[in-house]
Ligand binder design. Sequence first.
Ligand code: ATP
Length: 367
Amino acid sequence: MSENVTLPQQQGAKKQQGEPLLKVEGLQKHFPIYGGFPFKRKVGAVKAVDGVDLTMYPGESLGLVGESGCGKSTTGRLITRLLEPTGGTIEYAGQDITHAKRKQLAPIRSEIQMIFQDPYSSLNPRQTVGTIIKSPMEVNGINPPGGRENRVRELLETVGLNPEHYNRFPHEFSGGQRQRIGVARALALQPKLIVADEPVSALDVSIQAQVVNLLQKVQDEMGIAFLFIAHDLAVVRHFSQRVAVMYLGKVMEVADRDSLYNRPRHPYTHALLSAVPEASVDGPQRERIRLAGDVPSPINPPSGCRFRTRCWKAQEKCATEEPPLVQLSGNAEGHLTACHFPEEPTIKAGKEVVMDPALASLESDSE
Ligand SMILES: Nc1ncnc2c1ncn2[C@@H]1O[C@H](COP(=O)(O)OP(=O)(O)OP(=O)(O)O)[C@@H](O)[C@H]1O
């Protein structure tokens, strides 16, 4: 029996946090696939993001996790409006920016910045560090007190680099230092929201912690909201106050960090966490869950719950009804789960769960 209790209002809401900075509802990005000759006919679409709901509050850090290809980066690029949404809405500071044009976006572009995964390709090798960090201020006509160059030197210091390195080129820096330059560039316009897309996954493990600590410091001291995109649950745990779990273009579960890591309700979250040995702090080691099969194609996602083809708890209802993202009874406030047959909010030890082969017959339903 399903135990859903529909939330009257926004998902993930925390009363004390006031008005949302960002509110995303039913967000979609479908990339068209063209075929036939001369390849002008649309024959389908990759449903990279297919109905994402997310809310962020000023100054908070939200982790967005999920397997490769589930739509995390596309969600980040939609929010920063580097991509045009196919459907749904994006509200920033109460303003609908879903289809905002260049002029309306101009003031918002400086408030929402992005840090990219690859510190090698995201910096222009022909520009000095000073020019790279200064350029957003020039483009946006911002003249800080004391001048732009002075501000760049301050930013270099903030991110732990030597201000005297102003005239050096990116190739003179290590991977971790280049990512620090990327952070300084993102900070140049004093943003209110930073979308960090896998900011440490291209770095050596030994350097990752340093960059995560820097982002943490920046977030704490400057009160910037962070959407932290990562597939590594251990990194997200360190950095995020709340965590949203994505699967095949949708958010399956969202909760504050401790609720999500210690009392996950969605089977997919259980499976992801079971692969992180140290994920549970206040309970015994959780059961190891091996997911059967591959992630289905985002061109033709399964009907109903899109996780059902890999879920050991799936029943017929899961194939016909898409579960809404709601607060289940017994969950902490703001802990939302999209599942008809959620897990108990307890951690079981020592058992390995594999999908019942009989459930595989459900897999062909959406074909
Ligand atoms: N420009 C594009 N055209 C067509 N398909 C795309 C495009 N960009 C992304 N996709 C597809 O959309 C889906 C989601 O991609 P996305 O990069 O958002 O996932 P992700 O969760 O960030 O994965 P990763 O962790 O590997 O970066 C994938 O199937 C991807 O191949």
